[in-house]
Design a protein around this ligand. Structure first.
Ligand code: FAD
Length: 548
């Protein structure tokens, strides 16, 4: 097969036009085209009113060798890369050690799946419930204001990405095509096939729930074991002669101990109590930068018009997304994050008495509003004032958590102390006055919002940076700073506030056998990159077990 890239066609082209474009581009006759498949489809919306689809195609032709030679200098005609996944190891027939995976989000799920596929029969533990029970608990907060601290948007089967837009694009370097393995497994589990070729794939919440169940069944059929409502509260550690420590297992909240010499920690960014335990147990952690801000909501039609002009609403384009960055006068960057076209803003708290926002959508992306986080980058020097243990200018690795908690607790108070979230219209936010009534945009956050002023919801520098950024975003997307658009707060869990550092063997810097992984460890951001990290970790664990 040869891969033909950068083939541009108008939005409304038919199948015959695609075939004709291949023949023309390769200068071949119809008989020489045995078949083709779409490897990638994106669009170029830079010229509004003349949006084009851009294809990468895998072309089957008996003239392949000759064509590759003829187009040797053409970067858009190349051999199709081999993206097949190859397992790095195979478990011995009677494996002595069963690896333990803590966390069943995308990272733990893929670590567990790959280990199971290699024959290692992993034991996977998650503090939350299986996904159907978890869905009920999550909706209990959204509908009735009842937060379940162990079963919510952050915790439980499928991890944080389960109630989400299910966006699957990522900018990670992926020379071994692990991302392809993730997408292929998702399709086997029920994701739409198009995620294999559209440039910005998404799945949506509804399908994710079923997919997660199907993947659990696959792991179990391969001898893996998945246990829910099993929170890891402690580590079993042994000191080593070189001053390091060796993991020998974990202790659960129930008091049960599970022995293991290989433990994958795929905790996600919200396992604050577990980060505290790791710190107390001497596992090396450090504070890392993350971002804070608000969710912003506009009518999706405003975003569609601004991005697609007269072609807004075309079925080949779907609901428009956006990605914006503004580099502020004070050196801070403000950017849009986790944009959910045609979606809803969701309550994403996992601790009582705290309010956090995030966004989700269904596969159809047909809700009235577009939402995205608008956030300001912060680093450990910003956390110190919130860190009671840091002293003058000091810095505990957990200081970022202290800042998150302070902001989320204050948002809870601003929202009326019943899980409503504080909100303000963009026009009022820019004018520096409290909001009293909604305009044309109705907020989607459940259980509800309380209008007022968001000025005290974030540190002053963050408020100033967002005030500066919104008019700059308006210059890129007309209507972005519209008076009636709604800001809801606070968005504090953009990524992990800590990094559990690991070495070249992917083990903790000072705790042998412990494999920090995914978003919570600071090595991924988003579903796809967390899943890819899970694969890498499974490979490292498998190689270590087979070498011992
Ligand atoms: P997580 O998914 O957070 O999973 C960690 C798991 O560990 C959890 O299930 C938790 O219960 C478990 N756990 C934690 N502590 C313990 C313990 N002590 N013992 C046992 N188990 C424990 N990303 C995208 O790429 N696209 C999107 O569209 C998108 N939308 C999102 C929408 C929402 C509402 C949220 C909250 C996040 C969204 N994200 C999205 C981010 C994405 O979900 C995360 O990046 C991803 O889930 C991280 O994967 P992970 O496996 O590293 O951690």
């Amino acid at each position: 097969m040869l891969r033909l890239t950068d083939l541009k066609l108008p939005l409304d082209h038919g199948e015959a036009a695609l075939t004709a474009a291949i023949l023309k581009r390769l200068h071949i006759e119809a008989a020489a085209l045995t078949g083709y498949s779409i490897a990638r489809r994106g669009y170029d919306a830079r010229k509004r009113g003349a949006i084009t689809l851009i294809y990468a195609l895998d072309v089957d032709t008996p003239r392949e060798a000759e064509l590759l030679q003829r187009f040797a200098d053409d970067p858009h005609v190349q051999p199709t890369p081999n993206t097949d996944y190859h397992f790095v190891a195979k478990a011995p027939s009677r494996p002595e050690h069963r690896p333990l995976v803590v966390g069943f989000g995308p990272c733990g799920l893929f670590a567990g799946l790959i280990l199971a596929q290699m024959g290692f029969r992993p034991i996977i533990l998650d503090r939350g419930k299986e996904v159907r029970e978890r869905t009920k608990d999550t909706w209990d907060l959204w509908r009735k204001r009842n937060l379940h601290p162990e079963s919510n948007v952050q915790f439980g089967e499928g991890g944080a990405g389960t109630f989400s837009d299910g966006k699957l694009h990522s900018q990670i370097r992926d020379p071994l095509h692990h991302g392809r393995k993730v997408l292929t497994e998702f399709v086997k589990a029920g994701a739409p096939e198009e995620i294999l070729y559209v440039s910005k794939p998404h799945i949506g919440t509804f399908r994710l729930v079923t997919m997660v169940e199907n993947m659990r069944a696959t792991i179990e059929s391969l001898g893996g074991e998945i246990r829910f409502s099993q929170r890891v509260d402690d580590l079993l550690l042994e000191p080593c002669a070189d001053g390091q420590q060796q993991i020998r297992g974990v202790t659960l909240a129930s008091g049960e101990q599970i022995r293991a010499d290989h433990v994958v920690l795929a905790l996600g960014h919200s396992a604050r109590d577990t980060f505290e335990m790791l710190h107390a147990r001497g596992v090396y952690l450090e504070a890392k930068p993350f971002s804070i801000g608000f969710r912003i909501e506009h009518p999706q039609s405003v975003i569609d018009r601004a991005r697609f002009g007269p072609q807004a609403g075309h079925p080949a384009l779907g609901a428009a997304d956006y990605k914006l960055v503004h580099h502020g006068k004070d050196g801070r960057s403000v950017y849009s994050f986790c944009m959910c076209p045609g979606g809803t803003v969701v309550a994403a708290a996992s601790e009582p008495g705290r309010v956090v926002t995030n966004g989700m959508s269904q596969y159809s992306r047909n809700e009235r509003n577009a939402n995205a986080a608008v956030v300001v980058g912060i680093d450990p020097s910003d956390f110190a004032p919130y860190d009671s243990t840091s002293g003058e200018g000091g810095g505990s690795p957990l200081a970022g958590i202290a800042l998150q908690r302070a902001l989320e607790s204050h948002a809870y108070v601003l929202g009326g102390e019943n899980y409503s979230a504080p909100a303000q219209l963009v026009g009022d936010f820019l004018a520096g006055r409290a909001s009293r009534e909604f305009g044309d945009v109705q907020p989607s956050y459940k259980p509800g919002v309380v209008l007022g002023s968001l000025d005290s919801a974030l540190p002053d520098y963050a408020i100033a940076a967002i005030r500066e950024a919104l008019p700059a975003f308006e210059r890129q997307i007309r209507g972005y700073a519209m008076h009636d658009a709604i800001l809801t707060g606070v968005e504090t869990r953009t990524s992990s506030p800590v990094r559990i550092k690991r070495d070249d063997s992917l083990q903790s810097l000072n705790t042998r056998g412990l494999y920090p992984a995914g978003e919570g460890a600071g090595y991924a951001g988003g579903i796809l990159s967390a899943a890819v990290d899970g694969i890498k970790i499974a490979e490292a664990v498998a190689l270590s077990i087979t070498a011992s």
